[in-house]
Design a protein around this ligand. Structure first.
Ligand code: PEP
Ligand code: MN
Length: 272
């Protein structure tokens, strides 16, 4: 692929990104939590629920890049402090989005993984800034971006000296309207052919439909993904963002049992 140097595959070397005790790129890593941090009670309750179900990391946005400027924009610093408390109580590392290069240094005080959202995939000054940090970066694929454009964005981060990049396929825009986006499941093995970096999927934003999330989670394991990120809310009806696609804790618990089972079967059969 054109211009790829540091991200390009070379021999059999694969990058494993260490986040606390979690190794992304070894086994199937599950990141779960609310779309946005809305309150201490909502975040802590959801964090304990996803931990009990076996999630490896907690997600939650303190900065929400919304389609409408009038929609909930996140709690900012207060949200990061709540995530910190959730980490202290559950031990789960925190994955949270950063949307402005000026915020990177102080968001690093709270985040274990800096998420670059789909809308910011090609925000090159933001990519350079997270590339200078010492935190792992979860780089989501832009909804209008090709794999080549996406991997070049990973290259920006690596080129600043940060080797810890995790790619995330979160669905792309197609003519299909039944789903919020179209999960490009073929991007998983394609990316594995092209780069040594780990790749996870986001079945929640890819489908936007609760009923489809379990199948797409299992499809991700079958396709060889290194993990997934999904939204869980203690009470989705009350969520301030993405309420129609958040799983309840019992739904997530049920999905996790299937995820761990398929992961185990595939490993035992030499398929992963
Ligand atoms: C999110 O993870 O909440 C989010 C906004 O995702 P994306 O950037 O993929 O739309
Ligand atoms: Mn969301």
């Amino acid at each position: 692929m054109k211009n790829l140097k540091l991200a390009a595959i070379s021999g059999s070397r694969r990058t494993t990104v260490r986040v606390g005790n979690v190794k992304v790129g070894s086994g199937f890593t599950v990141i779960a939590g609310p779309c946005g941090v809305e309150s201490e009670a909502q975040t802590l309750e959801t964090a304990h629920a996803v931990k009990a179900a076996g999630a490896d990391m907690l997600r939650g946005g303190a900065f929400k890049p919304r389609t409408s400027p009038y929609a909930f924009q996140g709690l900012g610093l207060q949200g990061l402090k709540i995530l910190d408390k959730a980490k202290e109580e559950t031990g789960l590392p925190i994955v949270t989005e950063v949307i402005d290069p000026r915020d990177v240094s102080w968001v690093c005080e709270y985040a274990d993984v800096l998420q670059i959202g789909a809308r910011n995939m090609q925000n090159f000054s933001l990519l350079r800034e997270v590339g200078k940090s010492n935190k792992a970066v979860l780089l989501k694929r832009g909804m209008h971006s090709t794999i080549e454009e996406w991997l070049n964005c990973a290259e920006y981060i690596l080129n600043e000296g940060n080797p810890d990049v995790i790619l995330c396929e979160r669905g792309i825009r197609t003519f299909e309207k039944y789903t919020r986006n179209t999960l490009d499941i073929s991007a998983v093995p394609a990316v594995k052919e092209l780069t040594h970096l780990p790749i996870i999927t986001d079945p929640t934003h890819a489908t936007g439909r609760l009923s489809l999330i379990p199948s797409m989670s299992l499809a991700s394991i079958a396709a060889g993904a290194d993990g997934m990120i999904v939204e869980v809310h203690r009470n989705p009806a009350e969520a301030l963002s993405d309420k129609d696609q958040a799983m309840t804790p019992p739904m997530f618990m049920e999905l996790m049992a299937k995820v761990r089972k398929l992961e185990k079967i595939m490993k035992a059969e030499g398929l992963r």
